[in-house]
Design a protein around this ligand. Structure first.
Ligand code: HAM
Length: 420
């Protein structure tokens, strides 16, 4: 006998099924609502881009060098599945040149070939926003406020906003060189895993979690000493804006984040609920050089991405955002063959009554069981007597009360029970 196929979701990916998916629906609805109240419109762009779009994220970043899902398509084009949401939005901006500020939000899968563990998968999902076309620090404050409003709307409390400033690309480069020279002299004291980073990506040494490295870093040159006056003024204005909104934050000069495009503001929403390795629920910042690198005019931008899976894990840890299972209002039970169920269910659905029904001409007992399982408040029951008399029995599944109504009155009568 031929072996039965045994397919599973690819390693590091997950299926999200009902009833868990009800939380996804609610989360996406919440994010869409918050983004709308801040004046952001939905952007949808392809899951695939020319690989060059993502190579601009930084030759030294793992996302680009190790984790990209890239391949040649049938036409020989080198494309990649998006590892994140910002570069595709920036590419779309360059292509369409919309009026600025261009304020958009998205909900998207993102693909990174990482070692899967709790809170880290190969396909994860993000909700995010980008505000493109203004260098105004008030835009940084706006996107942070949007992120906070979203997390609060979910009911999350135990997270913190961590802030840092990278300054201009020139500030960042100059500081990276100073730090690299300083670290070279101390490579022997760093954790072995961090030694290579001194050459490839010195700034990433700063966010090492290893105790040996952290001890060395205590005396390292500080980023804030390498910012020019305009960068300092930008950072101060962002902080003043956050304070004026009552948004608490901590400044952490070791916050660098995994993508290379950041300038000036960098931030993360962090939670201990996830365990140390994956403390970031979401993060973002300014990327004033990215649009130009993608072939556009010099255009600043700021935004964030928040990981849906991590947010839901954090909600579990805090016991919040427990969305009730999606239920129908009415269940049609038809033991006369099913044609009447088709017709009745359609009438109810068109009248906006969420309705389900049984298939396969099952027994009354089986259909009543299915009605109870569906969570519906009302059953609309058709047996031979009802069929002959042009009636339907309406049963309140909560109280057990029932009445016989004219088939033409079903929608009205079902509504009456639902309104009780
Ligand atoms: P990111 O920090 O790489 O930033 O990702 C944003 C969030 O996505 C993370 O904080 C985390 O919650 C989630 N995430 C990332 N990788 C994984 C993974 N492997 N498994 C599960 N969740 C993950 C960005 O992607 C930037 N595009 C954010 C941004 C927007 N910056 C400016 N605008």
């Amino acid at each position: 006998m031929a072996e039965r196929p045994d397919f599973r979701a690819p390693k590091g990916t997950q299926d999200v099924l009902p009833p868990e998916s009800a939380r996804w629906e609610a989360l996406l609805g919440t994010f869409a609502g918050v983004a709308h109240t801040f004046g952001y419109g939905l952007v949808q762009s392809p899951m695939l881009e020319d690989i060059g779009v993502f190579q601009r994220l930084g030759e030294g970043t793992d996302v680009v060098t190790k984790e990209m899902y890239d391949f040649l398509d049938k036409g020989g084009r080198h494309v990649a599945l998006r590892p994140e949401g910002t570069a595709p939005v920036a590419r779309a901006f360059v292509e369409h040149r919309p009026d600025v500020p261009w304020k958009v939000w998205y909900a998207t899968p993102a693909f990174r070939y990482e070692r899967p563990q709790a809170g880290r998968s190969r396909q994860h999902h993000q909700v995010g926003v980008e505000c493109i076309g203004t260098p105004d620090p008030d835009a940084d404050v706006e996107v942070i406020a949007l992120g906070r409003t979203f997390l609060s709307a979910l009911g999350l409390r135990r997270w913190r906003l961590v802030l840092n400033s990278m300054g201009t690309p020139a500030d960042r480069r100059a500081y990276a060189e100073v730090l690299q020279a300083w670290l070279r002299g101390r490579a022997g004291d760093l954790a072995p895993d961090d030694v290579d980073k001194v050459e490839s990506h010195p700034l990433r040494v700063l966010d090492s979690k290893r105790p040996e490295t952290r001890a060395v870093l205590a005396g390292a040159p500080r980023m804030s000493d390498h910012l020019d006056a305009a960068s300092v003024a930008h950072a101060e204005r962002v902080q003043a804006g956050l304070r004026s909104l009552g948004i608490e934050y901590e400044v952490d000069e070791t916050l660098v984040r995994g993508l290379d495009y950041y300038t000036h503001t960098l931030f993360e929403f962090q939670s201990d609920a996830l365990g140390n390795a994956q403390s970031a629920l979401g993060g973002g910042g300014r990327y004033d050089g990215l649009i130009e690198q993608l072939g556009g005019p010099s255009t600043p931008g700021v935004g964030f991405g928040i990981g849906i899976e991590r947010v839901l894990l954090t909600c579990d840890a805090e016991g919040v955002f427990q969305v009730p299972e999606r239920r129908v209002d009415c269940f049609v039970v038809d033991v006369t063959g099913g044609e009447l169920a088709t017709e009745l269910a359609q009438r109810l659905r068109l009248a906006d009554v969420a309705t389900d029904r049984a298939f396969d001409a099952r027994s009354m007992k089986a259909q009543m069981k299915a009605a109870a399982k569906s969570g519906a408040r009302v059953a609309a029951i058709v047996g031979d007597d009802e069929r002959a008399g042009g009636t339907v029995t309406i049963r309140d599944l909560e109280t057990g009360e029932q009445s016989s109504v004219a088939a033409t009155d079903v929608v009205l009568q079902v509504r009456k029970v639902l309104d009780r």
